[in-house]
Design a protein around this ligand. Structure first.
Ligand code: ZN
Length: 100
């Protein structure tokens, strides 16, 4: 469903977010003090670099999924993730039941 306009829009937003996070990581690596956005998942760590890298991985997986027709489906059960959730967090890869 790569031609689905909603998926295209979510992919566009993932690409934009990925660029933003990559820039933050670059700033952090060059010694700048970076304030992480509250919207970035915690991934069970307080390490900023690790959080940014894990978030980037999550975003990258989302971008790849957008080209496979599996976008917006739970990675565990295949259930459709509500569009409202994807509008808010297009990197979401699990349904509410399987969210970690
Ligand atoms: Zn699920």
């Amino acid at each position: 469903m790569a031609d689905d306009p909603k998926v295209r829009e979510w992919k566009r937003r993932l690409l934009a977010k990925g660029g933003e996070i990559a820039k933050q990581l670059e700033d952090l690596m060059s010694g700048k003090d970076v304030d992480l956005d509250a919207g970035i998942p915690e991934f069970g760590t307080s390490d900023k670099e690790l959080r940014l890298r894990r978030f980037l991985d999550l975003i990258d997986r989302g971008i790849k999924r957008a080209d496979t027709g599996r976008f917006g489906r739970c990675a565990v059960c295949g259930e459709a993730i509500p569009a409202a959730v994807l509008d808010e967090r297009p990197w979401t890869e699990r349904c509410a039941e399987h969210a970690t």
